[in-house]
Design a protein around this ligand. Sequence first.
Ligand code: 13P
Length: 253
Amino acid sequence: MRKQIAAANWKMNLTAAQAHTLTHALCTSNPAVEDNRLVILGVPFPYIPMALSVAGATKGFAIAAQNCYHKKSGAYTGEVSVEMLASMQVEYVIIGHSERREYFNEDHAVLAEKVNLCLAGGVKPIFCCGEPLSIREAGTQNVFTETQLRESLFHLSAEQLTGFVIAYEPIWAIGTGKTASSEQAQEMHAHIRSVFAGQYGATVADSISILYGGSVKAANATELFGKPDVDGGLVGGASLVAEEFTTIINSLQ
Ligand code: 13P
């Protein structure tokens, strides 16, 4: 059975003290996350040691970095490698978030290199895809999103994609308060799964957790996560508030 995942993406928010308080609150109010459910905290790099020490021992919790560099090591001042993350026992890393694609010009090829380094280094990617508003309005979101997956992931083997994590985040729904309807989310998630099924077969496709991201909050999580191909969420703003994110965790199916 594929994992149902509530993943937080704190982005560039919170002081160290606030991050500690939030992590502590989440761990104490969610003591028993069940077997096929997982909470992932995507924290800024400086807070990784704190998050690992506070949440690392809590059953069902894992820590993610929000990015990594696309080269193995070397003279890249200010960057963080997969090897560094792996050496700290960071289990996940968010790859290809739309903010990184847009503000840091990350293209399909760079993202493929990052994914390769992650898989070789033992850090699991959470691979983000999703269309801007203009593409949604033109009605070409399926082909747009499919291309993102094909160009950065379809060189991988079936084994490498088994149990993989994808986050579908329509850009027009990120930080706007405008959520995709649960029907729109289900339609795209089913499409994404069918694309993997077409290339790799149903067993691989059914093992992939496809998270929805874009204005997920306590009030809409149950509706979204109730859809058969929505396996949880990647949550920005609402993951910064302990009670909100706890309700989102408890909305996992
Ligand atoms: P919001 O939940 O703030 O819309 O952000 C979504 C997101 O980008 C998560 O990665």
